[in-house]
Design a protein around this ligand. Sequence first.
Ligand SMILES: *Cc1c(COP(=O)(O)O)cnc(C)c1O
Length: 426
Amino acid sequence: MSNKLNSGTICVQGGWKPENGQPRVLPIIQSTTFKYSSSEQMARLFDLEESGYFYTRLANPTNDAVAAKIAELEGGVAAILTSSGQAANFYAVFNICQSGDHFVCSSAIYGGTFNLFAVTMKKMGIDCTFISPNSTEEEIAAAFRPNTKLLFGETISNPSNDVLDIEKFAKVAHANGVPLIVDNTFATPINCRPFEWGADIVTHSTSKYMDGHATSVGGAIVDSGNFDWDAYADKFPGLTTPDESYHGLTYTKAFGKGAFITKATAQLMRDLGSIPSPHNSFLLNIGLETLHLRVPRHCENAQKVAEWLEKHPKVSWVNYAGLPGNKYYELARKQMPQGTCGVISFGLKGSREDAIEFMDKLRFIAIVTHVADARTCVLHPASHTHRQLTDEQLREAGVAPDLVRLSVGIEDIDDILNDLDQALAD
Ligand SMILES: *Cc1c(COP(=O)(O)O)cnc(C)c1O
């Protein structure tokens, strides 16, 4: 019998493993600091010669337990929690790239990540080339330069619903001696485990399905431990040569498969400090305890809504990878046989005004700038996130003026369909 537990058990029991007499529930260790009686032991902790807690910016037991659960769910060797998904993606890239470096990224990614990579990281001297998620191996490889350090994509992109061919992207990354980082926020490890398809590092905005109740903004980075940094030591000096800010310690030599996450903790968290509060990690953990129940329900409801919308006379198009006519249907079935996610985008016949009228008529389906929580919600980029743009500019940005993003929740499906139905009625 294998000792490996399945996802449903890891969701409930992973991370915090209480010993005799300890709390059954993950405790919130809401303390900035930890007490030691000998100064010598404290010195060993600072030198990373001994493991132990000393300051919550570097490590905290509540945060660590939740990170361990997420690492186990993804099938990775180690993970770190961050204060947001934005921080997770920034740290994941900045842990590898420095000024003068370059990376390649699928253009079908979350708007916030796009801005981080295209504008803010550029100011730091790190260049990014965006390529279509549907690029061939040759097209991806053509974007590589001698100073390219990684390849990046989203399993299912927010909000365009493109599905990344992880196996293909991993193949090109590895042929060029760099790791593949995949943002797995929308699929979650319940539906897709990118490491099984060759990804090396996974990131999450835990603010979405993992939290699931829209209580806490947060992020996570998970390392598979599979990428051999030392095999391309010249490319990754930050991991493979002595870190003078840590007494000349070399991460790959000192920590082996734990090198990437240890560097992110010891260097980036130390200097940039985007840690989650232990209380938020406690809330995230409660969300994770039901992830394996909620995600299938989101998918089941979204599938029914997508099929219903597709037949509705007022709907011009529906983009959901669970629909047999979708261009990603086969790829989604291969990488995510149990379903994709609860987010659907669709277009309404007519003008921007018709979309606005539809949304204003909805009863319990709310208009919010969020996706992927238990409550069904809707957003119209042309009237909300992208409202300053003309129809023409919207199309250039890859957002159709009639695009409505619907995040299907876990309510009763008949009620969801009834609300949509009455809002679409004349
Ligand atoms: C929301 C989101 C992010 C950013 O996460 P925050 O927690 O809002 O900072 C990154 N990637 C994807 C795919 C997202 O949906």
